[in-house]
Design a protein around this ligand. Structure first.
Ligand code: NAP
Length: 290
């Protein structure tokens, strides 16, 4: 909402932007933290026009999503050190007409996996794209052992060369013992609710299964894992965590608190319930489970 003649305009850029929940997330946090700003979605194929818009409109915070996370690099004046490894930017902050790139996905992952011991744990990473890079970066920081499984083996091999770990094939997955499974593929994302990246897999109750998807909150993969009493984590904590960090970078203030996290999580889920949004498969059970 534009509140005053001083309201800051922020944006999320991508193409297409059908599934983005960034405006709901940001605008809920702005409201909660009394930040006089609004975030709007700008969908355009042409990255140069978007960069021009950021400069012309003096946009302070720009959230970046697919397919621009890598392409945007060459348009920035500067980026944070981890971008050299991640090769992916999800946040642009404009300061004194200069564009600074960051990746707050790692912060979101750190929050989602808080309290989980990772050292020497075997982590099966499903997918080998931009989000998988952020997960691998975090896992490497925490001395976990990586196993890569991806539709295109070559991409998994490239990631294993960058971050370490072994590449496995789909027919080997039942034979390897893993402690943590992380889905970074879009399999199971709205509207493909019944799609799982590991159909028929025998989970065990010692395993932790983290699905980066947050729409729906309970994916087919998480439902399967829960049936076998594995510990499940949805992508919602990561999504909120990465968004809070974006705002902290922009305002240069710490706003994170467990209370804020919980409030935003409840608001996001309730918002979907109240508006019967087609973009979430939310049930009362999901509301109570989180
Ligand atoms: P990406 O760079 O396009 O990578 C997608 C990966 O999934 C690739 O490894 C791709 O395999 C694989 N894949 C795509 N379609 C597939 C299919 N039909 N069957 C099997 N594998 C398939 O995308 P990304 O940026 O990493 O994002 C991936 C997911 O993470 C999305 O669902 C996104 O919403 C989610 N995400 C969540 C958060 C959060 O805050 N919770 C943040 C970032 C991303 P190939 O190598 O064969 O192409």
């Amino acid at each position: 909402m534009i509140n005053t003649n001083k309201t800051h305009l922020n944006m999320v850029i991508g193409y297409p932007l059908i599934h983005t929940q960034s405006p709901v997330l940001h605008n809920t946090i702005y409201h909660e933290m009394h930040i006089d700003a609004t975030l709007l979605a700008f969908s355009n194929k042409d990255i140069k026009s978007l960069i021009q818009a950021i400069k012309t409109l003096s946009i302070g915070l720009t959230a970046v999503t697919m397919p621009f996370k890598e392409q945007i690099l060459e348009h920035l004046d500067c980026y944070s050190p981890e971008i050299t490894t991640l090769k992916s930017v999800n946040t642009i902050i404009q300061r004194e007409n200069k564009l600074y790139g960051y990746n707050t996905d790692v912060d979101g992952i750190r929050y989602a996996l808080r309290g989980i011991p990772l050292s020497n744990k075997k982590v099966l990473l499903l997918g080998a794209g931009g989000a998988a890079r952020a997960v691998a970066y975090f896992m490497k920081e925490n001395n976990a052992q990586l196993l890569w499984l991806n539709r295109t083996r070559k991409n998994a091999e490239n990631r294993a060369n960058e971050f370490g770990g072994e590449v496995i094939q789909k027919n080997e997955v039942d034979r390897v013992s893993v402690d943590i499974i992380v889905n970074t593929t879009p399999l199971g994302m709205y509207p493909h609710f019944n799609c799982s990246p590991l159909p028929g897999y025998q989970f065990n109750s010692e395993q932790i299964v983290f699905d980066l998807i947050y729409n729906p909150i309970h994916t087919a993969l998480l439902k399967q894992a829960k049936m076998h009493n594995a510990t499940i984590l949805s992508g919602l904590d990561m999504f909120i965590g990465q968004g809070i960090r974006q705002i902290e970078l922009w305002t240069n203030k710490t706003i994170f608190s467990e209370n804020l996290m919980q409030k935003i999580k409840d608001d996001l889920i309730k918002n979907q319930l109240n508006h019967r949004s087609e973009q979430y498969e939310v049930s009362q059970n999901e509301l109570h489970d989180h």
